[in-house]
Write a protein that binds this ligand. Structure first.
Ligand code: SF4
Ligand code: SF4
Length: 379
């Protein structure tokens, strides 16, 4: 496809998002304010969501799926993520002094994708950088983990000669996500894997004499970049839906001036399907996901405007996480696009792509066949 499917729903020019308005940043500020009140200005030693990931000692073990070992497994999985955030993400390190002779763009792009897969990526796509997707300012949460290179409110600019983004997808474990809203460790491990792949790929690219900057959830909106790179579409739940894993993925990227061939956006049939399916909205414990028709009206400052979609009530989601004592992946667990690989699912996806008339039936079949149910298997 020439244009991504979100173009069909644009009602005005896309605008850069200020990361201080993200749910994570707002929740982080809110938690800091609470702590300041409680402890007379004392700074916390860890972020708001890190405290969620480690669990409240008074509540650990009181519910199935929230035991000490569940929290420990998840928190352990984050180790590499936080190391890379504080040392390698959002940095443009030294490049090799001489540029090497490069092969044809399409061969080079294949080489870059192979390297990313070698480091652990499950899917890789390349797009030109649309400046509208670069955050205008650093948000509180991402700045907190930036190792001191940024403060909330610092402006963000990507120079125009950094033309490309290599977008990296890592899959999260299908069985583990079924545990939600109990603790799933695969979200944390997904963060660690995306950090490892992006940081390794950036180092690889620099050996050819070109600039490369790895980035996780900071610096730019991952989902539109991934859509532009042909990796999926936006779903009602505000997440990327890929062909291979549905929304059960994490995204990172490497910005570079290496001259690459770009991929083209894809149409998986997600847009008409989401119009007929509301499983994520019905199973969202905080009612943060909208039912009904799309709108281009924002709930609040956490929503980008000028596109018809189902804006998420970000703070409702964050406050539910707080109450739950952990993050939540219900919207991923119940989404009919979240399926293990197999011939039956391949055929079903083909039907979704070509014959939207069956969408409602497929949503019903999903429930009858028991997909999307919570299952907690001990580790
Ligand atoms: S993560 Fe949970 S609370 Fe947040 S939108 Fe998804 S289902 Fe709702
Ligand atoms: S659960 Fe249904 S409505 Fe929600 S994103 Fe998935 S397909 Fe779309």
């Amino acid at each position: 496809m020439k244009n991504p499917t979100y173009h069909n729903f644009a009602t005005g020019p896309f605008q850069r998002f200020d990361d201080r308005n993200s749910g994570f940043s707002r929740f982080h500020r809110e938690q800091l304010a609470k702590i300041k009140n409680l402890e007379d200005g004392q700074k916390p030693s860890s972020s708001s969501t890190a405290r969620l990931q480690k669990g409240d000692p008074a509540k650990i073990g009181k519910r199935t799926g929230f035991g000490k070992k569940d929290y420990a497994l998840s928190w352990g999985g984050r180790t590499i993520d936080y190391l890379i955030r504080g040392n390698l993400y959002s940095r443009s390190a030294d490049v090799a002094p001489t540029k090497v002779d490069l092969p044809d763009r399409s061969i080079l792009s294949r080489q870059i994708k192979n390297a990313a897969r070698w480091y652990g990526a499950d899917l890789v796509g390349i797009c030109e950088v649309n400046q509208a997707w670069i955050y205008s300012h650093w948000g509180d949460y991402n700045a907190f983990y930036s190792g001191g290179i940024a403060q909330a409110g610092d402006p963000i600019e990507i120079p125009p000669w950094i033309k490309y983004a290599v977008v990296i997808i890592v899959e999260m474990d299908y069985e583990d996500i079924k545990r939600s809203p109990a603790i799933d460790a695969s979200t944390s491990i997904g963060y660690a894997k995306m950090a490892f792949v992006a940081a390794s790929l950036a180092t690889y690219i620099r050996q050819f004499g070109y600039h490369a900057m790895p980035s996780g959830n900071d610096y730019a909106a991952d989902i539109p970049l991934a859509i532009d790179a042909g990796l999926g579409e936006l779903g009602r739940h505000g997440l990327l839906i890929t062909d291979e894993y549905g929304p059960r993925v994490r995204i990172s990227k490497v910005f570079t001036d290496l001259p690459l061939a770009t991929d083209t956006p894809i149409d998986l049939g997600v847009q008409p399907f989401c119009e007929r399916c509301e499983l994520c909205a019905s199973n969202c414990p905080s009612r943060a996901i909208m039912k009904g028709e799309r709108t281009d009206t924002a709930w609040d400052e956490s929503n980008n405007i000028n596109v018809l979609k189902w804006p998420i009530k970000a703070m409702k989601c964050m406050h539910w996480w707080e109450k739950n004592g952990s993050h939540c992946s219900n919207c991923i667990r119940v989404c009919p696009f979240n399926k293990p690989t197999g011939m039956l699912h391949k055929i079903t996806k083909q039907v979704v792509k070509t014959t939207p008339i069956f969408d409602k039936l497929l949503v019903k079949a999903d429930g009858i066949l028991g997909y999307g149910k919570q299952v907690i298997i001990g580790k």
